[in-house]
Design a protein around this ligand. Structure first.
Ligand code: SF4
Length: 360
């Protein structure tokens, strides 16, 4: 049996090229290939059989030669504030999460790039479960496609790689996914509305910087000194803060610093001043994130007043700062929480079992 080509793993123009050549070989005219290609991302269609504008016999041939696999929706939670969280099951039983966050006329999708994560940040539910594997482009962009295929489709205005996993540890797939999400023959989301969030995987930041599109970069800083950051984020040993900040400063497009507020740990005035100094070096915007209840570790959230004071201290140094509104707190919407809830009894794997992790 020949293996079918998974069209959803390809950049849209590559998929179209293959489909056009196939249609021509089938004697139905190359334009039928372009027509089929539009069903992948532009106006997503669930199966070849459902592509009703194509001749029936050609649809059957497509089915024999190509695959457009679905992700199975295993669970969904809806928050009172409109946030929705989806748990998708992959072909090998792995589960990943996607969150949709409506806000006025914007809808932001938070997508996953790995099943689990090897980096074990001490405050993160996904880090707690360990690493399973990298996702394929069809499984990352497929999250967006699945939401477009819902009976009430969700069309994102913004997409953030802030779900499960470290996207820049899976650059080979993320590189293709960025094209799928942004390209006019893909999902057509503007590059400025697509943010890749990283703990600071340097080769990945450099690779992202080489892309000509205006994709945004968010750095998970979470601690303004190497000493503290090493305690919270073991990855800081491999990619120390100073080098991450240098890479962010060299990134010519807009950079955001993400900073989760951990009571009594990283929320003192001295931390704010130091964070502001780093942000100034790369012209970064600072996003303060209240700790989500139900995450990992034994941390306590900084009080709302404490966060306000911290924000004022950052702003006093003439750095733009905002406090992220907590969304979906009633549905475990922080990264990895829904999956962690479902797998409570499964022991996490250690970071050194991460044979599949690939750095940029
Ligand atoms: S915060 Fe991100 S990088 Fe750190 S363990 Fe969680 S998913 Fe991985």
């Amino acid at each position: 049996m020949t293996t079918r080509v998974n069209l959803l793993d390809l950049a849209p123009t590559d998929a179209e090229e293959q489909l056009r050549a196939f249609a021509e070989a089938q004697g139905v005219g190359a334009y039928r290939g372009s027509q089929a290609a539009r069903h992948l991302w532009t106006t997503p269609t669930a199966s070849f059989d459902a592509m009703s504008d194509l001749p029936r016999a050609f649809r059957a041939e497509l089915e024999r030669a190509f695959a457009i696999p679905r992700l199975e929706l295993a669970a969904e939670q809806r928050s009172e504030d409109g946030t929705r969280k989806f748990l998708f099951r992959l072909h090998d039983g792995q589960t990943i999460e996607t969150v949709s966050i409506p806000d006025g006329d914007r809808v932001t999708l938070c997508i996953s790039s790995q099943a689990g994560c090897a980096l074990q940040c001490s405050f993160c539910a996904t880090g707690l479960m360990g690493f399973y594997r990298n996702l394929l482009p069809s499984e990352i962009a497929g999250q967006v496609r699945e939401l477009a295929l819902l009976p009430e489709p969700i069309a994102p205005t913004n997409i953030v790689f802030m779900g499960m996993g470290e996207p820049l540890m899976n650059w080979r797939a993320v590189d293709v996914v960025l094209t799928i999400l942004n390209h006019p023959k893909g999902c057509g989301v503007g590059a400025r509305h697509i943010t890749v969030s990283t703990v600071g995987v340097l080769p990945g930041i450099e690779a992202l910087a080489r892309r000509p599109e205006q994709f945004r970069l968010a750095i998970s800083v979470h601690a303004p000194t190497d000493e503290l950051r090493r305690m919270l984020m073991p990855v800081n040993i491999k990619f120390p803060l100073e080098r991450v900040i240098d890479a962010a400063a060299a990134f010519t497009r807009r950079v955001t610093f993400e900073y989760v507020m951990l009571g009594g740990v990283n929320d003192q005035p001295g931390h704010a001043a130091e964070l502001a100094r780093l942000a100034k070096r790369c012209g970064a915007f600072v996003n303060l994130i209240p700790l989500h209840p139900g995450g990992a570790g034994s941390y306590t959230p900084t009080s709302p007043e404490g966060i306000k004071r911290f924000a004022s201290e950052v702003a006093r140094h003439k750095v733009e700062v905002a406090v992220r509104r907590s969304r979906g707190t009633d549905i475990a919407a922080a990264c990895g929480q829904l999956r962690v809830e479902r797998l409570r009894r499964r022991p996490p794997r250690a970071a050194n079992q991460n044979g599949e992790v690939e750095i940029a």
